[in-house]
Design a protein around this ligand. Structure first.
Ligand code: TTP
Ligand code: MG
Length: 607
């Protein structure tokens, strides 16, 4: 038995080993795909409904669950237990992604970090909000909303009970807003860490919420049947634990860290032990743009090249929709195959990737498109990679093909890049991942290395939910550059021209972009941005429109014309001839003395 206190109370947590100052909410949408279909077609609400992908029911509404229809059931089995089951095909994920993005957008309204987990789950760290509310709350009068796992068994000195009660009220407001605005019922778990918030969430499903106080974490964890129920314990760790006869969470609680260290790394042993006791100090990481956008299609077997080509063609079509929603221009493409080894009855994955020219993509009116010729170029690259992966002189057997765009033009996301201010507005959109346990067709999004700078970027797929977050900044900036007073600007931007820092790499990218965009058959848009400029348009009427006929197509005329004359001239010269632009190769700070360069003065920090 470990020396750590099994019935750990608040005093245990307060020793710094596992503090509980945080308030985390986990929100999970009830029967997600089924609800999306029911919101689209309310007639489905009253019937048992199953969502079909290939021969599997991936989820069902709660009406169908009454009959015993479960997630990942074979269609044939589902129809046996519920002959009246209405089946809706759920292979096109578009509406689910859209709904998922809308829910994410609603949760962002609380201005707290929101971390997306799959399609229908989100963590929200409401710690700061709770602290704010505490300032204006009479501690004794705070009531809990929803259920508790157990009544508080002790009076915690640190005030966590009150904080979690406030968090439960916030969770209830969130769920109400999601329902009022989008029509989805949800469940929520409220706890002092992510682990407990997620695990407690389904306790009173559907359409309800549960709070767990820190002192019950360990006892709650001991009720979980398998170590696999702990979210961060995957199948390999489970196997390793089972081989040591550690099967239930209780087993894990009872084994000492020293014993675990014999089979796992020291860090892992401590982490496993902590998890079993309900401890988790991982932060809620604000979800930003995915690092890669990919799709996979799995099937029984494909052994003919033309069939593979058909699969890739279909995948590419779907992938281009996702990329268009995302808005960034991809510069790298990865092809994945799962090869079946007939002799060994095993299979393995292999991937190859290639750079792709950004000129394949066209950015027009803020929408990314690919011409038929562009699609053909992509198919050529895909099949070239395929040929590298497969020796066509021998028979091959594939059970999966995958495509992913794995890198994107950085300039599109760099918050301080000049290009963001010159670019025709790019809708900041995102697609979400589905880790499809049934191994059906999957969409994979790698959010793992989202840069901190993107953490404040809102990912939305539907402009109607919220406008692209870049516009207000741009509009305000234009207003400033066009001599508007502060009062005339609806929401004064914090951005000052002098605060923009452009490093040499970014400057090179400006030139590079000019080269990339040369091939594009784009006409600058009339100006959809004007819609968003309505606040300031009257005042702007007086301002002189300047000529931007020579600008590359990605440049927003509105923004360009707001630039000072000397900067416009220099940019034009640079676009005309990047090599003679006078753009220094080293950093602005070090070079602005050496070489006179008008652009640079706008990008050096204020002294
Ligand atoms: P879940 O949250 O696991 O399930 P759910 O939302 O349908 O039901 P619950 O009320 O129990 O939360 O999964 C979210 C969606 O992901 C689900 O609606 C369908 C999809 N999904 C798959 O595509 N494949 C799968 O194997 C599973 C489990 C879900
Ligand atoms: Mg769900």
């Amino acid at each position: 038995m470990d020396d750590r206190n099994m019935e750990s109370g608040c005093s245990h947590y307060n020793d710094g080993e596992s503090e509980h100052s945080k308030c985390i909410i986990h929100v999970d949408v009830d029967c997600f795909y089924a609800q999306v279909e029911m919101v689209r077609n309310p007639e489905l609400r009253s019937v048992p409904l199953g969502i079909q992908q290939k021969n599997i029911v991936v989820t069902s509404n709660y009406e169908a669950r009454k009959y015993g229809v479960q997630k990942c059931m074979l269609i044939t089995d589902a129809l046996k237990v519920c002959p009246n089951l209405k089946l809706v095909n759920g292979e096109d994920l578009h509406n689910y992604r859209t709904a998922s993005n809308k829910i994410f957008a609603v949760l962002l309204c609380w201005k707290c970090p929101v971390e997306k987990l799959g399609m229908d789950e989100n963590y929200i760290d409401v710690t700061n909000l709770v602290q704010e509310k505490l300032k204006t709350t009479n501690n004794t009068s705070v009531t809990l909303t929803g259920h508790t796992y157990n009544e508080p068994s002790m009076d915690c000195q640190c005030g966590c009970h009150t904080r979690l009660r406030i968090a439960s009220q916030i969770a209830s407001e969130m769920r109400k807003k999601i329902y009022d605005e989008l029509g989805f019922t949800t469940c929520a778990g409220i706890a002092h860490n992510k682990l407990l918030a997620k695990l407690i969430c389904p306790l009173n499903k559907p359409n309800d919420q549960t709070t767990i106080y820190p002192e019950h974490g360990t006892s709650f964890m001991s009720t979980l049947p398998s170590v696999r129920s702990i979210p961060s314990i995957g199948s390999k760790t489970t196997e390793a634990l089972i081989s040591q006869k550690i099967i239930t969470v209780s087993d894990l609680q009872e084994v000492s860290v020293d014993v675990l260290k014999k089979h796992f790394s020291s860090d892992m042993a401590v982490r496993l032990k902590g998890l079993s006791l309900g401890e988790d100090n991982t932060p809620v990481k604000q979800t930003g743009k995915p690092q890669s956008i990919g799709l996979e299609d799995s099937f029984k077997i494909v052994s003919v090249k033309s069939e593979v080509e058909d699969k890739f063609t279909a995948l590419l079509q779907r992938l281009l929709v996702l990329v268009r929603e995302d808005g960034r221009i991809p510069v790298s493409l990865r092809v994945t195959l799962r090869k079946k080894d007939a002799k060994r009855l095993s299979s393995h994955r292999e991937s190859r990737q290639s750079q792709i020219s950004p000129s394949i993509f066209t950015l027009s009116n803020g929408t990314l498109t690919v011409t038929e010729a562009g699609q053909q170029k992509l198919m050529n690259i895909i099949m070239r990679l395929f040929n590298k992966l497969i020796d066509l002189s021998k028979p091959f057997h594939l059970t999966l093909v995958g495509l992913a765009f794995t890198k994107f033009q950085e300039r599109m996301t760099g918050r301080s890049s000049i290009v963001n201010y010159l670019m025709n507005d790019i809708s900041v959109q995102s697609v979400l991942n589905l880790q499809n346990e049934c191994d059906m067709s999957t969409t994979s999004m790698d959010y793992s290395a989202v840069s901190p700078s993107s953490s404040t970027t809102t990912d939305l797929s539907d402009a109607e939910v919220e406008p692209s977050p870049k516009k207000p900044k741009k509009v305000t900036w234009i207003a400033k550059r066009r001599c508007l007073s502060k009062e005339e600007v609806a929401s004064p931007s914090k951005l000052k021209v002098g605060e923009l820092r452009l490093n040499s790499k970014e400057l090179e990218k400006v030139s590079e972009l000019r080269l990339n965009s040369r091939d594009r058959s784009l006409t600058p848009r009339a100006s959809p941005a004007k819609d968003n400029l309505s606040d300031t348009s009257d005042t702007m009427k007086d301002c002189e429109e300047r000529n931007c006929d020579d600008c590359p197509s990605y440049v927003d005329k509105e923004v360009f014309s707001a630039l000072p004359d000397d900067m416009q001239k220099e940019l034009k010269a640079m676009w005309k001839n990047p090599s003679s632009s006078g753009v220094p190769r080293s950093s602005p700070r070090t070079t602005n003395k050496a070489k006179s360069n008008t652009i640079m003065k706008y990008f050096v920090p204020h002294k």
